[in-house]
Design a protein around this ligand. Structure first.
Ligand code: COA
Length: 203
């Protein structure tokens, strides 16, 4: 599957795919204007990047990543103060603040890497064809090229396809966050200096 680096003008299509394929995610509830602004900022940022898969002139999938989480969010908040305030409000209302706080506590304690695979989604009609795997492999190459030693990704424990893709790429489960009873998220981490992980990705 041919992949390319996301461009600014992909932001709306990425936001639309995110809304469709990640309907339960916090960002989705913040609305399209937020997501388009967020992805545009991410694509423009020197400490973030995204890749897309295309077919028949439409977006089939994307993966969005941040190399330095803290600097990235600080910059985003400075640039889009009102949008950042909406995130905070929606997190509080949705009770997601606990999970966000827990994740940021891990990150600030140095247990989790600053580099993160933020979102990955593939159009329903293109699933099971290796697009998710290819995007994951490509973003890990990019992280390595940018000198990231370790990378994290968070996904719902019930999300079997995502768990499969991440474990096969070499990620290992590092933390389990119970947000609400029955709603569990796993945080996976990959060490890019690990030769075994690198070999697995080359397969
Ligand atoms: C996760 C996701 C990106 C995977 O994309 P994809 O292009 O279908 O992935 P691939 O085709 O590369 O591989 C999927 C793997 O999951 C497996 N899989 C698919 N459905 C599965 C299921 N219900 N249970 C277990 N494994 C499953 C596939 O068999 C495949 O593994 P295999 O190659 O060993 O057979 C896609 O399912 C998606 O967009 N989901 C919604 C958004 C999401 O959850 N994103 C991740 C959280 S950020």
């Amino acid at each position: 599957m041919p992949l390319r680096r996301a461009r600014r003008e992909d932001s709306a299509a990425i936001a639309a795919l995110h809304r469709l394929e990640l309907p339960g995610a916090l960002f989705t509830r913040l609305g399209d204007a937020f997501m388009v602004a967020f992805y545009r900022y991410l694509i423009d940022s020197p400490i973030a990047f995204a890749f897309v898969a295309e077919g028949e002139g439409r977006l089939l999938g994307f993966a969005a990543c941040v190399v330095r989480w803290r600097g990235f969010y600080r910059g985003f908040m400075r640039r889009h103060l009102w949008l950042a305030a909406r995130v905070a409000l929606a997190s509080l209302r949705g009770g997601r603040w606990r999970r966000l706080l827990e994740v940021s506590r891990y990150v600030t304690a140095g247990d989790l890497p600053d580099a993160e695979l933020l979102s990955l989604a593939v159009d329903r009609r293109a699933r099971g064809m290796g697009v998710g795997r290819d995007l994951t492999r490509r973003v890990l190459e990019e992280f390595r090229a940018r000198g990231a030693g370790r990378v994290r990704v968070t996904s719902a424990e019930a999300n079997a396809p995502a768990t499969r893709v991440y474990l096969d790429a070499g990620f290992q489960k590092q933390a389990r966050l119970e947000m609400h009873p029955g709603e569990v998220a796993n945080v996976f981490v990959i060490s890019l200096n690990n030769k075994e992980a690198a070999l697995r990705q080359e397969r």
